[in-house]
Design a protein around this ligand. Structure first.
Ligand code: MN3
Length: 201
């Protein structure tokens, strides 16, 4: 198999009470596993098997919907688990903090814009903080698309992503997506987001 489901880098209950253990277990072991398995099926026997996921996404317009949906789902969740941690939250420091202040005015303004991107994404999708031509930008994508895809309206390297599919929050928050989005800021692994920022700029 070309792509492997990464292990969750913490226990299922590590993000309690903000994201509950059962949601994490189902989300990782079933949803992310299904994207990974279905990506491998979609690329079996093709040249894509020897490519990186980033390179596949960069030319996604050339590939069938199964590669787009499952390749996006594979990449997006790989990133998602790593930008959260037990006892996360707080505020970023250093170059990332300075870049956020410069781009948005303050961390609170970033949160407002990011949550708005998630709230206004109709149906299923993702809210993103990306580095686009050296600048921090907030955007969102539908379904399992992301900003590495050549078909994305706004392109750039994701450094923070929030899954706003109902499967990410429905058990605990039901229809209250804004409550889930507010809780998300309490689990962010800012050191990891800062490392992604350093790599992307
Ligand atoms: Mn998901």
């Amino acid at each position: 198999m070309a792509f492997e489901l990464p292990a969750l880098p913490y226990a299922f209950d590590a993000l309690e009470p903000h994201i509950d253990a059962l949601t994490m277990e189902i989300h990782h072991d079933r949803h992310h596993k299904a994207y990974t398995d279905n990506l491998n099926k979609a690329i079996a026997g093709t040249a894509l098997e020897s490519m990186t996921i980033e390179n596949i996404l960069a030319e996604i317009s050339k590939h069938p919907a199964g590669v787009r949906n499952n390749g996006g789902g594979f990449y997006n969740h790989n990133l998602f688990w790593t930008v959260m941690k037990k006892n996360g939250g707080g505020a970023p420091t250093g170059a990332l903090a300075a870049a956020i202040d410069k781009a948005f005015g303050s961390l609170d303004k970033l949160k407002e814009q990011f949550n708005n991107a998630g709230a206004t994404r109709f149906g299923s999708g993702w809210a993103w903080l990306i580095v686009s031509e050296g600048n921090l930008v907030v955007t969102s994508t539908p379904n399992q698309d992301n900003t590495l895809m050549d078909i994305a309206e706004v392109k750039g390297k994701p450094i923070l992503g929030m899954d706003v599919w109902e499967h990410a929050y429905y058990l605990k928050y039901q229809n209250k997506r804004p409550d889930y989005m507010n809780a998300f800021w309490n689990v962010i692994n800012w050191d990891q987001v800062a490392a992604y920022y350093d790599q992307a700029k």
